[in-house]
Write a protein that binds this ligand. Structure first.
Ligand SMILES: Cc1ncc(C[n+]2csc(CCOP(=O)(O)OP(=O)(O)O)c2C)c(N)n1
Length: 478
C-alpha cells in the first residue's frame, strides 16, 4: 500500500518564530484566510521546482508582512506598495534568482498602483502573486480599490458607492493591457477544484520565472473572514457568489513558447562616469597633490543645509568634485524638500580614503548651515569634536554646542558684496579650504572653468573671487 507522509513543504521554515520569539508550528493567519493556502501552494511549488535556495521573496505591508517568518527563501521587506520596485532591483542585481513580489490589493492596487504598472510595463523578470481579498485586511477592513460595489467596509459603512468611491479595479485586465507581461491569470481559492487550478497557476508562473521568462502576474481571489465579518464557509460562498461574476477567472495573457528569456545585466558605472553623467568635473588626469591635512579633516562626512535656491546642492557638488581631483573617494547625496525653490534642501557629502559605507551624513563631522531652521535641525547631529560653519548673515541665534568648533561666517553678505548672492557656494568652498587645509585656493580656481562649463568668463572670475573671499575671511578671523 502506498504510504502518504504529510509534512511541511521544504519551502517553509520548520518552526515559525513570529511575534517576539514565540515558537509556533502554525501561522498567524486567521482561520479561513486565503494567505495561508496560497503560502502553502507557493512553498510546495518551490520545493518541487527545486528553487527554494534560489528564490528571493519580497514581502509587503499587509497581512502577509510576516512572510519572512514562513518561507525558507531569501527575503526583503518592502515599504507599503513598493514590492515591485524592490523586486526589480533584486532581480536585476541577481539575474539568476527567482524573485517573488507577494502583495495584497491595498498594497498593489492602491498605494503601490504606479509601482506595479511600471514594473509590468518594463516586463521585469519577477513573479507577482496578487492576493485580492477586496479589502484592507490587516488594518481592520477598510475599502480597497478592489472592494465590490455596495460592499460594506469600515470606510464605506453604507456600502461602496461608485459615484463617490469609483469602481472596483480589475488588475488582470489592467496588467494585460501592456505588451511586456508573459503570463497573466486570475484564479480563486474558494473551493478545492479552484485551489487545484491556483496550484497549477502558481507552478506555471514559478516555472516561467525559473526560465527567466519575464513578468508573471497571478491574481488570486481570496477570503478575509475577519475583515468581512463572516465565518470561513460563508466567506468561500461569498467569493463564489459575489467576486467571481465581477472578476472573471482565466488566463489573460500567455505568451507560451513565444516568451523571451530576459537577461538584464546591470551596467557597472565607474565612479568617474557617474560624475560625468551628473555634468560634474571628473577628469582623472588632473590630480592635485595633497597638502598636510590634519587628522580630524581626513575623513569628512558633511551635511550642507539651507533653503532651496541657496546653492546647497552646488556647494555639495563642488566640494565633492574638488575632492575628487585630490584623489579622494567621494559621494554626494541630495535631499530636497517638497518644493525646490524656497523649500528646505540639504545634501550629504563624504570625502575620504577607503570605501564609503553610507552616503547619508547622519552623524556629520561637519555641518554647513545656511539658514536658521537648518542649524536648529542639524546642530545636535554633529559628532563631538566636529565642525560647524554657519551663515551669520541669516542666522540670528547662537549655536548651543560647546563641544564642536564653530565658525560664524557672513556667507550671504560676502556674496552680496561681491555683487551676486549666487556665489555663496564658492564662498563656502573657500572657507572649507581654509578650515580643513584640504584644498588650495589656486587648485579650486583652476577647476572653475570645468565646474562652470559653458558659463561666461565673468561668472567664472566672480566665483574665483568668492573662493578667495571665503578663504581669506577664515584666515583673518579665526
Ligand atoms: C505607508 C503606509 N501606509 C499605511 C500603512 C498601514 N497599513 C498597513 S497594512 C495596510 C493595508 C494592507 O491591505 P492589503 O494590501 O489589501 O493586504 P491584506 O492585509 O488585506 O492582506 C495599511 C494601509 C502602512 N503600514 N504604511
Amino acid at each position: 500500500m502506498k504510504k502518504t507522509i504529510l509534512k511541511k513543504p521544504k519551502g517553509f521554515i520548520d518552526v515559525y518564530k513570529h511575534k517576539a520569539g514565540a515558537e509556533k508550528d502554525r501561522t498567524h493567519y486567521c482561520p479561513g484566510c486565503g494567505h495561508g493556502i496560497l503560502h502553502k501552494l507557493i512553498a510546495e511549488a518551490m520545493e518541487d521546482l527545486d528553487i527554494v535556495d534560489d528564490t528571493i521573496l519580497i514581502s509587503p505591508v499587509g497581512c502577509s508582512v510576516f512572510a519572512y517568518y514562513y518561507f525558507d527563501t531569501g527575503n526583503f521587506q518592502a515599504a507599503h506598495g513598493r514590492a515591485p520596485a524592490v523586486a526589480t532591483a533584486t532581480s536585476r542585481a541577481n539575474p539568476d534568482k527567482v524573485v517573488i513580489s507577494y502583495q495584497g490589493d491595498g498594497d498593489l492596487a492602491a498605494i503601490g498602483g504606479n509601482n506595479i504598472i511600471q514594473a509590468a510595463n518594463r516586463g521585469e523578470n519577477i513573479v507577482v502573486f496578487f492576493v485580492n481579498n477586496a479589502i484592507y485586511g490587516m488594518t481592520g477592513g477598510q475599502m480597497a480599490p478592489t472592494t465590490l460595489e455596495g460592499q460594506v467596509t469600515t470606510t464605506t459603512p453604507y456600502g461602496r458607492n461608485t459615484d463617490t468611491d469609483g469602481y472596483p479595479m480589475k488588475m488582470c485586465e489592467v496588467i494585460s493591457q501592456f505588451t511586456a507581461p508573459t503570463y497573466v491569470e486570475r484564479v480563486s481559492l474558494h473551493d478545492a477544484p479552484h485551489i487545484r487550478k491556483t496550484r497549477a497557476a502558481v507552478r506555471k508562473a514559478l516555472q516561467n520565472a525559473k526560465e527567466r521568462k519575464g513578468f508573471q502576474f497571478v491574481e488570486v481571489l481570496s477570503t478575509c473572514p475577519s475583515g468581512w465579518k463572516m465565518d470561513p464557509v460563508k466567506s468561500m460562498e461569498w467569493v463564489k457568489e459575489k467576486m467571481l461574476p465581477l472578476y472573471p477567472l482565466g488566463v489573460y495573457r500567455d505568451k507560451g513558447d513565444e516568451a523571451r528569456v530576459i537577461n538584464r545585466p546591470v551596467p557597472i558605472m565607474e565612479p568617474a562616469t557617474v560624475w560625468e553623467k551628473l555634468g560634474i568635473s571628473a577628469d582623472a588626469d588632473v590630480d592635485f597633490p595633497r597638502g598636510d591635512v590634519p587628522e580630524q579633516y581626513k575623513k569628512m562626512s558633511i551635511r550642507v543645509a539651507g533653503f532651496g535656491g541657496q546653492g546647497i546642492m552646488v556647494t555639495g557638488q563642488a566640494l565633492a568634485s574638488v575632492a575628487l581631483e585630490y584623489g579622494y573617494n567621494v559621494s554626494w547625496l541630495p535631499s530636497y524638500g517638497p518644493e525646490m525653490r524656497g523649500g528646505t534642501a540639504n545634501c550629504s557629502v563624504n570625502i575620504q580614503d577607503g570605501v564609503i559605507g553610507a552616503a547619508e551624513a547622519v552623524k556629520p563631522t561637519m555641518l554647513l548651515a545656511m539658514n536658521r531652521p537648518s542649524l536648529e535641525k542639524f546642530e545636535e547631529s554633529v559628532v563631538p569634536g566636529g565642525t560647524l560653519i554657519y551663515n551669520s548673515t541669516l542666522i540670528d541665534i547662537e549655536p548651543t554646542r560647546t563641544d564642536i568648533k564653530v565658525f560664524a561666517i557672513p556667507i550671504t553678505g560676502m556674496a552680496d558684496e561681491l555683487g551676486n548672492t549666487r556665489v555663496q557656494s564658492l564662498v563656502n568652498i573657500g572657507a572649507y579650504a581654509a578650515i580643513t587645509g584640504a584644498f588650495r585656493v589656486e587648485d579650486i580656481v583652476s577647476l572653475l572653468p570645468k565646474l562652470f562649463k559653458g558659463k561666461k568668463q565673468a561668472i567664472i572670475d566672480l566665483n574665483a573671487k568668492a573662493v578667495k573671499a571665503g578663504f581669506d575671511f577664515v584666515k583673518e578671523n579665526f
